[in-house]
Design a protein around this ligand. Structure first.
Ligand SMILES: [Fe+2]
Length: 199
C-alpha cells in the first residue's frame, strides 16, 4: 500500500507556506526541507506516477488551486534526458529513486554553442534548486543506462501551463514551448479511511 499521507502532508505544508505569502527564498529553504523529508521515504508514490515511457514522463501530482506552486513526478527510462530548457519560476528537484545529472547550460553570443556550467549529480534523498540564485537553463538526464530514475519537482507555478523555452545547444536558438503533463488524473490524497481505521 502506498503511504499517500506523506504526499498530502507535503501539499498541506506547502499550501501553508503559500498562504503566509512566502517568496522564492522561503520556498527554496523551508520548501526544500519539506521536499527533502518527502523524498527521504520511497513508499508513497503510486505506481501510475512512477512508470517510464518511450520518452521521459512528467506526471502532475498536485497543483495549488491558485497556481502558486505545483508538484510533478519526473520519470526517466534508462538513458533518457530532457531537451535544454528553462523554467522562469523557482524549482526544487528532489531525488526519489535512481540518480540524475542536472547540467547548467549557459548562452553565449547568438549562433554559438551553449556551454555547460554547474553540474549537480543527485542521489536519493537529495534536493537541489533552480532559480535566481543558481541557474534557470539546464538539461537533466538519467545517470544510468540500465534502470529508470524518478525525481519529484516542486515549482513556483503551474509549470505545465507556463510558456517557457527549449534551446538548441549547438546555436543557443530559443523555441517557445508549453510542456503540459503526461497524466489526465492526479493522485487521490483525500481518502483517509484506511488511516482512520488503523488509528
Ligand atoms: Fe528542469
Amino acid at each position: 500500500m502506498t503511504n499517500i499521507a506523506r504526499l498530502r502532508h507535503f501539499v498541506c505544508a506547502m499550501t501553508r507556506l503559500a498562504d503566509e505569502g512566502a517568496e522564492e527564498r522561503r520556498f527554496l529553504t523551508e520548501g526544500a526541507a519539506l521536499l527533502r523529508d518527502l523524498v527521504s521515504h520511497d513508499d508513497w508514490l503510486p505506481e501510475d506516477y512512477a512508470t517510464p515511457g518511450p520518452t521521459y514522463r512528467q506526471y502532475l501530482l498536485h497543483c495549488d488551486p491558485a497556481e502558486r506552486f505545483c508538484l510533478v513526478s519526473f520519470v526517466w527510462g534508462p538513458g533518457q534526458r530532457t531537451p535544454v530548457h528553462n523554467h522562469t519560476v523557482w524549482g526544487l528537484v528532489g531525488m526519489l529513486r535512481g540518480e540524475e545529472i542536472s547540467t547548467e547550460m549557459q548562452l553565449g553570443p547568438p549562433g554559438t554553442p551553449m556551454r555547460p556550467g554547474r553540474v549537480d549529480r543527485l542521489r536519493p534523498g537529495e534536493v537541489v534548486a533552480v532559480g535566481a540564485d543558481t541557474y534557470d537553463i539546464h538539461v537533466v538526464e538519467n545517470a544510468f543506462a540500465d534502470r529508470p530514475s524518478i525525481s519529484i519537482h516542486a515549482y513556483g507555478g503551474n509549470i505545465g501551463a507556463i510558456p517557457r523555452s527549449v534551446f538548441d545547444p549547438a546555436t543557443g536558438a530559443e523555441k517557445r514551448f508549453i510542456s503540459g503533463y503526461t497524466n489526465a488524473a492526479v493522485p487521490n490524497l483525500w481518502d483517509r479511511s484506511q488511516e482512520l481505521a488503523a488509528a
